[in-house]
Design a protein around this ligand. Sequence first.
Ligand SMILES: NC(=O)c1ccc[n+]([C@@H]2O[C@H](COP(=O)([O-])OP(=O)(O)OC[C@H]3O[C@@H](n4cnc5c(N)ncnc54)[C@H](OP(=O)(O)O)[C@@H]3O)[C@@H](O)[C@H]2O)c1
Length: 288
Amino acid sequence: MKDFLAPCMVVGARGMLGRDLCASLREIGTHIVEMDIPEMDISSLSSVMDVMGKVKPKLVINVAALTDVDGCESQQEQAFKVNATGPENLAVAVNELGSFLVHISTDYVFDGSKNMPYREDDPPNPLGIYGKSKLEGELSIKRVLSTNYCIIRTQWLYGANGKNFVDTIIRAGGENKTLKIVNDQFGSPTYTVDLSAAIIKLCLMRANGVFHVTNSGYTTWSGFASKIFKLVGLDDVEIQDIDTRRLGRPAPRPLYSVLDNSRFVRLTGIKLPQWEDAVGKYLFGRTV
Ligand SMILES: NC(=O)c1ccc[n+]([C@@H]2O[C@H](COP(=O)([O-])OP(=O)(O)OC[C@H]3O[C@@H](n4cnc5c(N)ncnc54)[C@H](OP(=O)(O)O)[C@@H]3O)[C@@H](O)[C@H]2O)c1
């Protein structure tokens, strides 16, 4: 990576996206400093100032968050501390160092009522605590760093280093002949390795502002499960489609939160692979 971006600090480096991002950065020879809790707690300004003051990163990529969407409903204070105050603290430190902040956000900042892919400037209206806290994080970054930031909204992540839908559904399909799966939420399943490449591209371009980045195409959780079962030969599992309401989860979810990637595509000339190809690559190490 170009010198002006090194050292690069990855915050949340031991999470699902963090591990793949660090591996991709290492592959291109970037000098990275990996941070996670407990070495640096983003919800504490003194912890952030202390560590960042020592490392003096030229680029900070924040993939740390409280990502348990249902858990956030019962841990509101903690959710806002990590997802809102955390990015604000990072922005304050980045501002003081004169460096650059890349921050990962979510489709859950939208309410899902648009029925067309969301663009970066569509008005947010989060439904639950996770989305509300992530939106506040975005707004803090914009307030503290009028430039020198890049916010990347993504969705439906899966990767080798975290609990994810692909592994969970394969396990469930191995144990049950019939599964009830939600078919009224629409989104783009996104592979953390593909997203990591996109994040690095935006870093290299020092892209400023908000970008929507996901794998291409979209589906429902039921459609995603059906594709996974086909790929792994679990064709005999019967999927019974159900509504989100029937699941009775604590957190409300946007029903349609497909993200329009055209701003990213226009700037970088890159379109991330189709989601069906990406899940094949995740499962078999190649497109099938
Ligand atoms: N997963 C998705 O489907 C999805 C969708 C859209 C957007 N995103 C966003 O993408 C990013 C990465 O998600 P992910 O799924 O890779 O998350 P993840 O696996 O939960 O990783 C998050 C990491 O952040 C760490 N962390 C939590 N609180 C912290 C704190 N106070 N200070 C420092 N580190 C802290 C976690 O440590 P512990 O594990 O010890 O808590 C974990 O290592 C997040 O910003 C998330 O909001 C994710």
